[in-house]
Ligand binder design. Structure first.
Ligand SMILES: Nc1ncnc2c1ncn2[C@@H]1O[C@H](COP(=O)(O)OP(=O)(O)OP(=O)(O)O)[C@@H](O)[C@H]1O
Length: 246
């Protein structure tokens, strides 16, 4: 059984003016445990719609999405999400932000502290446990958001353009750190991006989507050794091949 399966998933929205929009049409994808899948496409091709349905925040109009063989109906603690903007609570310290899900799950104080400090260390923020979000840079806030999602040990991590708001250099550094974290933690990840370079650098599979209606143009398996070298000829070749869709 695959970790995540999408079978002929389509999603239609009705706008406030009563117009119908097909956001996604006949989406078919199988995601195995430990796989890193990038959803790549221009604005409006249904990437966020796929993530929202996977998170149980929205339902499909037709087709089926299963997690461990069971249909997804509601938000599930086994699914963690990191958004483009950090969504940290400004009044909580970084450690208490990371502990939030553990508090909801009823984990005791000692257990929460141990886990939060472990994940803060993993994302390189151990010196900032007692800081508040406004004292951190954009990249550091996204690292805290990743720690906050990972601390709950989700089976699937959904990331919706988590590095989209960062400058180019910080973005590359965060991509490298995410790869290091995933190598240690063996997570299954669905990662949304507009950037072909980012998708090829990160993904085991790149799902190329085209808009109106959102459809899969191709699923490209990236067969390049890790850690990846952005300048390696095979990496550049994948980038060129995928660029041809845009
Ligand atoms: N709640 C909604 N009501 C009506 N239309 C919607 C709704 N949510 C999304 N859409 C439409 O569905 C299509 C896909 O939207 P979606 O947000 O999934 O695209 P996306 O690829 O994530 O775009 P972006 O990269 O800009 O975030 C778009 O045409 C959008 O306008």
């Amino acid at each position: 059984m695959s970790k995540l399966e999408y079978e002929n998933v389509s999603k239609q929205f009705l706008t406030t003016r009563g117009k119908s929009v097909v956001a996604l049409k006949d989406f078919n994808l199988t995601v195995e445990a430990g796989e890193f899948v990038c959803l790549l496409g221009k604005s409006g091709c249904g990437k966020t719609t796929v993530l929202r349905m996977t998170a149980g925040l929205d339902s499909s109009t037709s087709g089926l999405i299963t997690l461990n063989g069971k249909g997804i109906t509601d938000p599930d603690p086994k699914v963690g999400i990191v958004f483009q903007e950090d969504r940290l609570f400004p009044w909580r310290t970084i450690q208490r932000n990371v502990e939030f899900g553990l508090e909801l799950a009823g984990v005791n104080r000692q257990g929460r502290t141990e886990k939060a400090l472990h994940y803060l260390d993993l994302v390189g923020l151990s010196g900032f446990a007692n800081s508040h979000p406004h004292e951190l840079s954009g990249g550091m806030k996204q690292r805290a958001s990743i720690a906050r999602a990972l601390v709950n040990e989700p089976e699937i991590l959904l990331m919706d353009e988590p590095f989209g708001a960062l400058d180019a250099q910080t973005r590359q550094q965060m991509q490298e750190e995410l790869m290091r974290i995933c190598a240690n933690e063996q997570r299954t990840v669905m990662f949304v991006t507009h950037s072909v370079d980012e998708a090829v650098f990160l993904g085991d599979k790149v799902v190329v989507l085209t808009p109106s209606p959102g459809r899969i143009a191709e699923i490209v398996e990236i067969d390049a050794p890790r850690p990846r070298d952005r300048t390696a000829p095979e990496v550049i070749q994948y980038v060129r091949r995928i660029m041809a869709y845009f």
